[in-house]
Design a protein around this ligand. Structure first.
Ligand code: FES
Length: 281
């Protein structure tokens, strides 16, 4: 059992939990994810790792309530425990691999985090700071109330920009428009990481493609087993079919077929869609 040591509501429908999971904490790297199960019958819920403490043996996860399983998860409290907490799964971020450090140090990196995508951006920025690499971070949210982790991100980012769609805080516009404004103001970047809703990542990639900035995205399709066996998380990347759970979750954003990924995600929202996709697999 994996005990919840801390629970915090970060904003409307977004929760943070610190979970005692020493084995995952000892081996995980930014970019990777875990799959939790509340109990025997519970659905498997994939979540990116937001932070980890190897000494304490803890892993921090952040999730948004989007359906029955995450609603159930939000009812858990400090002292409760998950039945299963499997990981680390997937590939670590290329930026956060020691062997790539010299190359990474040469890059002018900008992160664009959208909504709950702030959570997986945070450990990457933190890792880079700990390894002497500068990064610019843009956090975009619909409105001020759902923006979270501002102070935490400010502590690790070299520069932090906040953007809200309704102008209630920071730049009035989305993350994409904030990036364009920075470029217009004379800033330059040669590597972008965009993590957030698929539609946001799609538009960031359209812009960075025009600007000639290589861009990495973290894909969050439906996952079932998380081990490359079920095919639920398959994506089209360039000419290839990839599985987000084992090949990703990060991919070259300029090669991802976002329209196909979004259509698939939509199908999975209905029972009929799920049945249809099962037949196709
Ligand atoms: Fe089953 Fe990726 S979740 S193949």
């Amino acid at each position: 059992m994996y005990q919840i040591l801390k629970k915090e509501m970060l904003s409307d429908k977004i929760y943070l939990m610190v979970v005692k999971a020493p084995r995952v904490a000892s081996g995980c790297l930014p970019g990777q994810f875990i799959i939790v199960k509340i109990d025997e019958e519970g659905e498997r819920i994939p979540l990116t790792i937001c932070d980890y403490d190897r000494n304490e043996g803890t892993v921090t996860i952040v999730f948004q309530t989007v359906g029955a399983s995450t609603e159930r998860m939000a009812l858990l409290n400090e002292g409760d425990a998950f039945d299963d907490f499997v990981g680390p799964l997937g590939q670590p971020s290329e930026l956060c691999i020691e062997a790539n450090l010299e190359e990474t140090k040469k890059k002018k990196i900008v992160f664009i985090a959208g909504g709950v995508g702030t959570a997986p951006v945070y450990p990457q920025v933190k890792w880079l700071k700990e390894h002497g690499v500068d990064s610019t971070v843009i956090i975009g949210a619909r409105t001020k109330d759902i923006l979270f982790y501002e102070d935490e991100m400010r502590a690790v980012a070299t520069e932090l920009y906040l953007a809200t769609d309704d102008g209630s805080y920071g730049f009035h516009g989305n993350g994409c428009q904030q990036l364009q404004a920075l470029i217009d103001a004379g800033k330059s970047f040669d590597h972008c990481v965009a993590i957030g809703p698929m539609i946001m990542m799609k538009f960031v990639c359209l812009l960075t493609n025009e600007l000639g900035i290589p861009t990495v995205v973290s894909m969050n399709p439906i996952m079932v087993d998380g081990t490359g066996m079920c095919g639920a998380c398959r994506l089209v990347v360039g000419d290839e079919v990839k599985f987000a759970c084992v090949d990703g979750p990060e991919f070259d954003g300029h090669l991802v077929d976002f329209d196909q990924a979004m259509a698939r995600a939509k199908q999975y929202k209905t029972e009929e869609g799920r049945a249809l996709l099962k037949l196709q697999e």
